[in-house]
Design a protein. Structure first.
Length: 281
């Protein structure tokens, strides 16, 4: 079995680069893809390169590669990214064959803004987002003028605002994706828009901070520290994404089947409890 470190292909693109700028890079010559389509004579499917952030997707892919993929004849090479902006352009330009880091709304926003054509194979897991605080034990303790840090990308900013609205703390327009969509803010909350990856660092300086599991887990945050956690009726389950050309590729189909197996579901629940919810639950 190839070691974890040989399977991990580090990507060192800076986290703050905009989607539109990165999409321009996808117009170059696509990277050479591993042997594709159809099983070899020995029954193997070959290698599939999957873009992912380290936690939890990278961990899930590594576990599947080591425990389930060999029997399926699949070799998973996960390509590490550290931000939300770079995996989709890499998939679009052929550097990877699939990715596992985003929800369908995020993918559709990328397609719209960057002229992409990425498609969803299906839901895999919910990286449950939550509001965290060092000074409060409940979201109900947010007082007049409380400071709240939320993500600065449209998908997760709208997600954070929607959760607050569902609690009756603010009112928003339907489909709101930024602060302009707030129609009522009776407690005069003071919002700060922050890059996703740095939100855990904002917790000491704010009354409440919205952090998705992909960044909460590496920062050592747990569900016990959350003052309000997203429910499993969320619309933000992460998907396995690919290109239209690879949608019917046997490697993609096999990978999705392994990612949504009972064994993988059990691994997610045992490893992360309520913060990572299997898509088949």
């Amino acid at each position: 079995m190839t070691s974890i470190f040989r399977r991990r292909v580090a990507t060192t693109i800076a986290a703050g680069v905009a989607v539109a700028a990165l999409a321009a890079c996808s117009s170059g010559t696509p990277a050479a893809a591993p042997e594709a389509s159809g099983a070899a004579e020995d029954g193997s499917l070959g290698t599939i390169r999957v873009g992912a952030l380290p936690v939890p997707a990278g961990d899930i892919l590594t576990w599947v590669d080591e425990n389930l993929a060999p029997e399926a004849g699949l070799d998973i090479e996960w390509v590490e990214f550290t931000d939300y902006n770079t995996p989709n352009p890499a998939l679009s330009d052929g550097s990877t064959e699939a990715n596992l880091f985003q929800n369908s709304t995020f993918m559709e926003t990328y397609n719209s803004q960057a002229g992409g054509t990425l498609v969803s194979v299906g839901e895999v897991y919910l990286p449950a987002a939550a509001f965290y605080s060092e000074s409060l034990t409940s979201i109900d303790e947010l007082g007049e003028g409380a400071t709240i840090a939320i993500p600065n990308d449209p998908t997760n900013e709208g997600r954070a605002l929607g959760i607050l609205a569902a609690e009756g703390l603010i009112s928003i327009e339907e489909g709101a994706t930024n602060l302009d969509g707030i129609t009522e803010n009776p407690s005069n909350f003071q919002f700060t828009e922050v890059e996703n990856a740095t939100l855990p660092l904002a917790i000491p300086d704010n009354d409440a901070v919205f952090v998705t599991a992909s960044f909460a887990l590496p920062a050592g945050l747990t569900q016990d520290q959350a003052i309000l956690t997203e429910g499993d009726d969320s619309d933000y389950f992460n998907i396995l994404a690919t290109t239209p050309e690879l949608q019917d590729d046997p490697r993609v189909a096999a990978l999705y089947e392994l990612l949504t197996s009972e064994e993988t579901d059990a691994y997610m629940l045992e490893t992360w409890g309520g913060l990572i919810v299997p898509g088949t639950e």
